[in-house]
Write a protein that binds this ligand. Structure first.
Ligand code: FMN
Length: 206
């Protein structure tokens, strides 16, 4: 089967039904389903449209075993048929700024934009740009979790792992930042009921 037969959820149903799932059905996810998810996720907005995110999809059993070890033994890593590492790479963006500028603008405006961005980000340290890129990449993490759910799969976002070890396992450069490790697949268990603050604690009207 190349494509999911599951119903695509409305945005409301996807958000309401999403819970962190840590035990998955032992069935591979088709490449076409993964591509369909990323085709939506790549539409995430970002400041100056810089799109600093990269997604590393791990399905190889041996690599998943190593990732689980780096994640202090958390079982969901090997239970999931696929694990996505969501990373941010601002050094790559800075080296290719013209790719980020909208193709519809004139060459002169394009040059100006690239010079402007180059001056802004060139004036920051690698660490500062890394942190800035991470704020943008966290937006795509939200899109990813909802899109996975929308296509009938489940996931759990994770930051409980040794980032240096994961860089080593996947051969990623030192400067990249992690938004999360996201094991995903068909759920083999129910998540916990939502526990969230009421609106009066988190929303202020002026
Ligand atoms: C950035 C981030 C990191 C997280 N890290 C872990 C983790 O390492 N292990 C884990 O089991 N859950 C992890 N979680 C899941 C949270 O515990 C979970 O999202 C939260 O308790 C709310 O539950 P829900 O996702 O079922 O709604 C993480 C969630 C986020 C957003």
């Amino acid at each position: 089967m190349n494509q999911t037969t599951q119903q695509i959820l409305s945005i409301k149903d996807a958000i309401e039904s999403r819970h962190s799932i840590r035990k998955f059905v032992q069935k591979p996810i088709s490449k076409s389903d993964i591509d369909r998810i990323f085709e939506l996720v790549r539409l995430t907005p970002s400041a100056w449209n810089l799109q600093p995110w990269k997604f590393h999809v791990v399905t190889d059993k041996e690599l998943k075993n190593k990732l689980q070890e780096a994640a202090y033994g958390q079982q969901q890593v090997t239970s999931a048929p696929a694990v996505i590492l969501v990373t941010s790479d601002m050094e790559n963006i800075l080296a290719n700024l013209s790719d980020t500028v909208h193709p519809g603008i004139t060459p002169e405006r394009k040059q100006e934009e690239v010079a402007n961005l180059s001056s802004i980000f060139g004036g920051m340290s690698v660490e500062e740009r890394g942190q800035w890129g991470l704020t943008q990449t966290n937006i795509t993490l939200g899109f990813l979790l909802i899109t996975i759910q929308g296509f009938g799969y489940s996931s759990v976002p994770m930051l409980g792992f040794d980032q240096e070890k994961v860089k080593e396992i996947l051969g990623l450069p030192e400067h990249i930042k992690f938004a999360a490790m996201v094991p995903f697949g068909l759920p083999d268990t129910e998540g916990y009921p939502h526990h969230r603050f009421e609106l009066d604690k988190i929303v202020t009207y002026y």
